[in-house]
Ligand binder design. Structure first.
Ligand code: ADP
Ligand code: TMP
Length: 248
């Protein structure tokens, strides 16, 4: 990596982040946006501070995962809204891990809200805005040549490790990790690498004391202001991570 990373041209504007090239071809400059979307981008609202909060939360989680042996694309957080990450070729799959019934699982199977699963449930969704990110099973992934059997197995392995560590972190924060979505990319050397973000936008979090949602469901269901909720998650996460550094 070159010593000073400089922002170059805009490569992509997504629903939550903008991706820029840098003077290092292996590094991306990510800007987290003050924006929330639902219904695959059909509903879009500006939310002050959201980008800063998600950037910080995602940074602390990626650092924690790396410290616990789960490699990921995070390199540095140079400022409030910016993250530097390793550029990878994204695998167009959303990997969802569920510890209890909620969201689309609850709707699809008329499952009782927050019924705990004996083993985590793992699902893939095919990333396609045109198709509304449909559920996709392993043999459909293979048929469409989206990923090899080896890559699928590696994504599942890492996703379960991420689940173990995230469940522990959130429990220490007084929060139940109900489910979450992660994305992986492929490095030039063929390594499956955890990428994108891990934040309350992509996790379902429930306060263990009050049962309140501490994630994007607050926006999806119109339950109130998102920023104070994300600030609460960040405050608790920062405390847990600081304690770890003291004891490490
Ligand atoms: P979306 O594309 O779903 O609207 P975002 O607004 O979060 O989502 O945009 C970020 C985009 O950058 C996503 O398409 C994501 O797959 C991609 N991405 C995340 N991390 C990396 C990375 N390390 N290298 C290349 N692309 C990445
Ligand atoms: P679901 O219950 O709606 O399928 O969502 C499962 C998890 O995935 C939940 O934590 C929210 C997250 N998620 C995303 O991050 N992006 C998405 O586009 C969707 C549909 C869900």
């Amino acid at each position: 990596m070159t010593a000073t990373i400089e922002k170059q041209e805009l490569l992509y504007t997504g629903k939550a982040k903008q991706m820029y090239a840098t003077n290092d071809p292996e590094v991306l400059w990510v800007e987290y946006l003050d924006q929330a979307t639902a219904l695959n981008g059909k509903r879009k609202v500006e939310i002050a501070q959201k980008g800063r909060l998600n950037n910080r939360i995602s940074t602390l989680i990626f650092k924690d995962l790396a410290a616990h042996g789960i490699e990921n694309h995070f390199i540095d957080q140079p400022s409030d809204y910016v993250q530097l990450v390793r550029k990878v070729t994204m695998i167009p799959l959303e990997t969802v891990v569920r510890n209890a019934a909620s969201g689309s699982f609850e709707r699809k199977f008329a499952a009782e809200h927050l019924t705990k699963f004996a083993e985590p449930v793992l699902e893939f969704f095919y990333k396609s805005d045109e198709l509304d990110d449909p559920f996709i099973n392993d043999s459909q992934v293979l048929a469409l040549k989206v990923a090899t059997a080896e890559t699928i197995a590696e994504m599942k392995r890492q996703a379960l490790l991420v689940n173990q560590r995230l469940t522990t972190i959130f429990a220490e924060m007084g929060i139940q990790l109900v489910d979450f979505k992660i994305e992986f990319g492929m490095t030039a050397a063929g390594q499956v690498l955890l990428a994108d973000e891990i934040s309350p936008d992509s996790c379902r979090l429930v306060d263990l004391k009050t049962g309140d949602s501490l994630d994007k469901d607050v926006f999806r269901k119109g339950l109130g202001d998102l920023a104070p909720v994300y600030q609460e998650v960040l405050t608790r996460l920062a405390t847990v991570e600081e304690d770890q550094h003291v004891s490490d």
